[in-house]
Design a protein around this ligand. Structure first.
Ligand code: ADP
Ligand code: TZP
Ligand code: MG
Length: 265
């Protein structure tokens, strides 16, 4: 399989797709900035009254359950149904899956509403979603991404979607296909919203690349390489958060190809 990482990033910047996010209070601002920095166009909209209209004009819908409450869940379901109606890709970030019964029940309701194109979570979340009896530590992972390969395969099969598990190695599964992306730095786990940004950026790639496996790999590689570039500038979490945004905007398609470490299994 030939990966078109450079072409995908070039096309993303040329088309600047609108990415509709229903996301959490913690990361809303940072995620919007991450989408702008890479060259996409973000909008955050969760009101039941408008989500359908917003999905209609967006290139992708990102559902993130980070700070969920019943009225938001209603908006998420309505938006997901609209995405199916208009043929728009849905990205699901199951933030904190396994931490509380409410998150687990809501996730199963959302997944019964519509199948996403991509589920992107950390290893604990993916294991919990696949039915492992693990207690997630809030929103942070306590498991290794490579240990969740079977769980990712199970979810990919069950929902007919791509599954991307973030961690030291990002594991991307689409049916029988598996890719490992070895980029990134551990400092990324010390900045809130990195996983949420990975999901939002995946939304931007899904908006311009129909092959979901390739879109998910491109997003994971972009995140990891930009993390490494930011780490060259600073080793502290506060300034890293800013340096990472700068890297998203500065990284050239050629550098992405040169620095991405993608293993297709
Ligand atoms: N130990 C690590 N080493 C390198 N990169 C990492 C590490 N952990 C996470 N990342 C990267 O940080 C980003 C966010 O992943 P993660 O922290 O797993 O998500 P979340 O914030 O949802 O828990 C991803 O791009 C991932 O590749
Ligand atoms: C800390 C926190 N609490 C609820 S949502 C959230 C943000 C999680 O962001 P990420 O999964 O990207 O670390
Ligand atoms: Mg997360």
């Amino acid at each position: 399989m030939k990966l078109n990482l450079a072409e995908n990033l070039t096309e993303l910047r040329a088309k600047s797709p609108l990415v509709h996010n229903i996301t959490n209070f913690v990361v809303m601002n940072y995620t919007a900035n991450a989408l702008l920095a890479i060259g996409a166009s973000p909008v955050m909209a969760h009101a039941v009254e408008e989500v359908e209209d917003m999905v209609a004009i967006a290139g992708a819908l990102v559902i993130n359950i980070g700070t969920l409450s019943p009225i938001w869940v209603e908006g998420m379901k309505k938006a997901m149904l609209a995405a199916v109606k208009f043929g728009k890709p849905i990205i699901l970030d199951p933030v904190g899956a396994g931490a509380t019964a409410y998150r687990n029940v809501t996730l199963s309701e959302l997944l019964n509403t519509a199948s996403p194109s991509l589920i992107r979570g950390n290893a604990s979340e993916i294991l919990a979603l696949a039915g492992s009896n693990i207690q997630t530590k809030g929103v942070d992972s306590t498991a290794n991404s490579t240990d969740s390969l079977q769980a990712a395969k199970l979810l990919s099969e069950k929902y007919g979607c791509v599954v991307s598990v973030s961690g030291a190695t990002d594991v991307i599964v689409s049916g029988e296909k598996v890719a490992y992306v070895d980029n990134g730095v551990s400092l990324m786990t010390k900045v809130t919203g990195m996983g949420c940004s990975a999901s939002a950026i995946a939304g931007a790639f899904f908006a311009i690349q129909e092959d979901g496996f390739e879109a998910a790999i491109s997003a994971a590689a972009m995140m990891g390489v930009c993390g490494e570039k930011a780490f060259e500038k600073t080793k502290s979490p506060g300034s890293f958060q800013i340096a990472f945004l700068d890297s998203l905007s500065e990284l050239s398609p050629e550098e992405l190809v040169e620095l991405a470490v993608v293993r297709l299994l």
